[in-house]
Design a protein around this ligand. Structure first.
Ligand code: NAD
Length: 329
């Protein structure tokens, strides 16, 4: 038989930026050792493997691993052609409780990130977890400061990120068209929480590119379980562990089910999953291709049965989330 050719990872437009990003994006927080200690050499190889398998979108932040994620990602990206990758980082968050969205800090921060990433510009700069500051500051100070960096050529596009979904409307209703190019939401378009779904029409009307991060609910939807710092309430943690056990009983990977189930809607430009090994890259690329029906899954029947059971287990905790940021946001 002729050797089968693997389909390529599809790309989708990122809002009005003119960029096309892979449906699966490389979330680089694990490269900072955020989830567990990492093998840096393997992490650098994972970046190359991702690119070779069609992933062109890479997301990091100076917050991840206290700048380590940017440094390791930068080593990985140095192997890749600059004009074929879309690199995103962030400003404003520097520790669990350390935030600074001032104009002077974000201008310095971008320059520091570029040094660590070994780049002369980033394609996307995002205000990181804006619910932790007064949104007035984001609108009146941070976004204009980032516009200035755009004119200097250090950043190409500007985005906002955070957990509570209402922050997006609070900012987008107050800024001129074109001031914000992307919105990154996390933990709200997964097997256990689809609350981002209802906001998609609004974000599309605002013409921002939509990025869905933490497809595995920051490690909840894995067999090894979440890191000790995970903020999910106990009932959610317990249900996720039960879902993982049910998937195991069917001989199926819960991360794979979680990825397959969220990649179909073209309204979402890219889904970020955190990787740090080549094996995870390969597994997650296959999960996306199978989820989109581009590649047959050898375990289709077992997966359908496991999915039904996992969904039943997660139903009582659907949409259960946690507080993040200032109460007024
Ligand atoms: P995630 O839900 O992607 O889970 C990451 C965890 O899953 C890691 O422990 C990783 O080792 C594990 N994993 C990944 N693939 C696996 C596989 N096939 N099998 C088993 N385990 C697997 O969580 P995340 O990393 O927090 O989110 C993805 C990315 O989204 C981040 O790296 C970051 O770039 C971005 N993000 C941004 C924000 C923000 O801006 N506020 C918040 C969260 C995430």
């Amino acid at each position: 038989a002729a050797p089968s050719v693997k389909p390529s990872m599809p790309r989708r437009p990122l809002g009005q930026t003119g960029l096309r990003v892979s449906v699966l994006g490389f979330g680089a927080s694990p490269l900072g050792g955020v989830f567990q200690a990492i093998d840096e050499k393997e992490g650098v190889a994972a970046v190359k493997e991702a690119f070779d398998l069609g992933i062109n979108f890479f997301d990091t932040s100076p917050f991840y691993g206290d700048t380590k994620s940017e440094t390791v990602l930068g080593r990985g990206l140095a192997q890749l052609p600059r004009d074929q990758i879309v690199v995103a980082t962030k400003v404003g968050r520097y520790g669990a409780d350390t935030f600074d969205f001032s104009a002077s800090r974000v201008a310095a921060s971008v320059r520091e990130s570029l040094t660590r990433l070994q780049l002369s510009y980033v394609d996307l700069i995002q205000c990181h977890d804006i619910e932790f500051t007064q949104l007035d500051q984001i609108v009146n100070e941070t976004l204009p400061a980032l516009q200035q960096l755009k004119t200097e050529g250090l950043v190409r596009h500007i985005g906002i990120t955070g957990l509570p979904l209402k922050i997006f409307q609070s900012v987008l209703d107050r800024v001129p068209a074109g001031a914000v190019d992307t919105a990154l939401s996390y933990c709200h378009y997964t097997l256990n929480d689809r609350s981002l779904q209802a906001l998609l029409p609004y974000l599309q009307e605002k013409q921002v590119g939509i990025i869905n991060a933490s497809v595995l609910s920051m490690g909840l939807l894995t067999h090894q379980g979440p890191p000790g710092w995970h903020p999910a309430p106990q009932p959610l943690q317990q249900a996720a562990a039960a879902a993982a056990a049910a998937a195991t009983a069917h001989g199926v990977s819960l991360p794979k089910l979680a990825i397959m189930e969220c990649v179909k809607d073209p309204a979402i430009s890219s889904h970020l999953v955190g990787f740090s090994t080549r094996q995870q890259v390969r597994d997650n690329v296959d999960a996306v291709l199978q989820g989109l029906g581009l590649l047959p899954s050898p375990l289709q029947q077992e997966e359908a049965a496991a999915l039904a059971e996992v969904q039943r287990i997660l139903r009582p905790v659907q949409g259960l989330t946690w507080l993040s940021g200032l109460p007024e946001n």
